[in-house]
Ligand binder design. Structure first.
Ligand SMILES: C[C@@](CO)(OP(=O)(O)O)[C@H](O)COP(=O)(O)OP(=O)(O)OC[C@H]1O[C@@H](n2ccc(N)nc2=O)[C@H](O)[C@@H]1O
Ligand SMILES: Nc1ncnc2c1ncn2[C@@H]1O[C@H](COP(=O)(O)OP(=O)(O)O)[C@@H](O)[C@H]1O
Length: 282
């Protein structure tokens, strides 16, 4: 029987890939990357309620994602098995981030689950231990546990903190959902960008290698990048479908977001330096 306790309400912020270079491919097919991750002050919200009976349940519907496939459920099982925890949890998801958007929504939901359950179950797992549990859930999940703007290498798990200036972003969703595996698997993807040094990172000197593939396959992405790019330099995040431009002021960002033509959607959002749950790893 479920125990009635308070709901632990937690944010799961989105990320942008400020650039993404594909530098190689591992024998198992995963790609070697260099990317700069930036957290955003915008995301999903998750609720966690302790259960004494040991069951892990997602209690809200997420269209297209059966509970057993949901990264929050998989994260909760991974942490419970690792810790030998006997209690369970009810998990509520309030989804705001477009799925298949390159904003890392599912990955961030999974990381927030690891951080929240570490606290709810009183496990005191270290950040390193949580990052190790995160990687098998998805290449982006360790970054959200790391919880700071980061330069990432490997498949995204080798993370170095990155100091970034305060910035606002316009994020545009062109109304399509992109399957990450199909973009990485494309024959035409170039996989030999020369590695850069972290100190050489600049928006103007980098690009997103996945963008050319996504543009060619999804005309809506190409059209949206061209629309935003006519106003300010615009780039795709991750494997798409969303794209973004960077601005120094909130006013500029809100002004541009307000011009976005339907049916595309646009948001003006602030870049974060730290994950709101940064202190929750032991
Ligand atoms: C492209 C990026 C950039 O941050 O983000 P998204 O666009 O998904 O948000 C990530 O590398 C995605 O990370 P994530 O979404 O966690 O991907 P995963 O579930 O691990 O992998 C999905 C599939 O993408 C391919 N994949 C993913 C990561 C990688 N470095 N090489 C790959 O080839 C693999 O085919 C894998 O089966
Ligand atoms: N909690 C979740 N939220 C969103 N997607 C999820 C979740 N759990 C599993 N998924 C799966 O992960 C896929 C990628 O979702 P998402 O992380 O939002 O996009 P992206 O990897 O492009 O940033 C979804 O299409 C869905 O099948």
């Amino acid at each position: 029987m479920a125990v009635t306790t308070e709901l632990l309400d937690c944010p799961a912020p989105a990320k942008l890939n400020l650039f993404l270079h594909v530098t190689g491919r591992r024998p198992d097919g995963y790609h070697l990357l260099q990317t700069a991750f930036r957290l955003l002050d915008w995301g999903d919200r998750l609720g966690f309620r302790l259960r004494a009976d040991g069951r892990i349940r997602r209690v809200t519907e997420v269209p297209g994602v059966p509970p057993e496939d949901d990264l929050v459920v998989r994260a909760a099982h991974a942490l419970r098995d690792w810790a030998g925890e006997r209690r369970g949890v009810d998990i509520l998801i309030d989804k705001h981030l477009p799925m298949g958007g390159g904003l890392g929504g599912g990955s961030s939901d999974a990381a927030t689950t690891l951080l929240a359950l570490n606290r709810l179950w009183g496990l005191h797992a270290s950040r390193d231990a949580l990052e190790a549990l995160a990687l098998p859930l998805g290449a982006d999940v360790p970054f959200f546990v790391f919880g700071r703007s980061a330069f990432a290498e490997g498949v995204g798990e080798r993370l170095t903190p990155l100091e970034l200036p305060p910035r606002w972003y316009v994020v545009v969703a062109p109304g399509v959902s992109v399957p990450t595996a199909a973009i990485f698997g494309a024959k035409e993807l170039t996989r030999n960008t020369k590695p850069i040094k972290i100190a050489d990172f600049a928006m103007s000197a980098t690009r997103n290698d996945l963008e050319r593939v996504a543009r060619a396959r999804y005309p809506q992405i190409a059209a949206a990048i061209d629309w935003l790019g006519a106003i300010a330099p615009a780039r795709m995040t991750g494997s798409g479908a969303c794209l973004f431009s960077e601005f120094e002021s909130e006013r500029q960002a809100r002004d541009v977001a307000g011009q976005c033509p339907a049916p595309w959607r646009a948001w003006a959002v602030r870049g974060l330096d730290r994950h709101p749950l940064f202190d929750w790893a032991g």
